[in-house]
Design a protein around this ligand. Structure first.
Ligand code: AMP
Length: 110
């Protein structure tokens, strides 16, 4: 069965898509934790970072993050987060990186 994010990628569920290429799609988080909060998702259904094959979409996710950060005007900085597994609070089992910015981000995260 298709994941929630695959349904967004396939336009079966609405989302504000801000970037897409052959390998990844990015859209605004429905419950933003910062003025800019974008999810970068590989088109390929991989359950999480732990399941990403060695020659997977790592570089494509990072390159998309750079491009989107520039597009969003995050010249002051930003953060990229991947929640892997229950201890990190992963709630959607389709690999995604959170791009957060537009405010000062505290460290360490909770
Ligand atoms: P995680 O907790 O790391 O698995 O992140 C999942 C993220 O998906 C959360 O930040 C949710 O707010 C976000 N999310 C869930 N449903 C949607 C949706 N329909 N459109 C956009 N973002 C969503």
């Amino acid at each position: 069965m298709a994941t929630l994010f695959t349904k967004i990628i396939n336009r079966e569920i609405p989302a504000e898509i801000v970037y897409e290429d052959e390998h990844v799609v990015a859209f605004r988080d429905i419950d933003p934790k910062a003025p800019v909060h974008i999810l970068i998702v590989p088109r390929q259904e991989v359950s999480g970072l732990a399941a990403l094959p060695e020659l997977g979409d790592h570089t494509r996710i990072l390159n998309a993050a750079k491009t989107i950060a520039e597009q969003e005007g995050l010249s002051g900085g930003y953060r990229l987060v991947i929640n892997q597994g229950p201890d990190a609070g992963q709630s959607v089992d389709h690999l995604h990186a959170h791009l957060l910015g537009g405010r000062t981000l505290t460290w360490p995260p909770g």
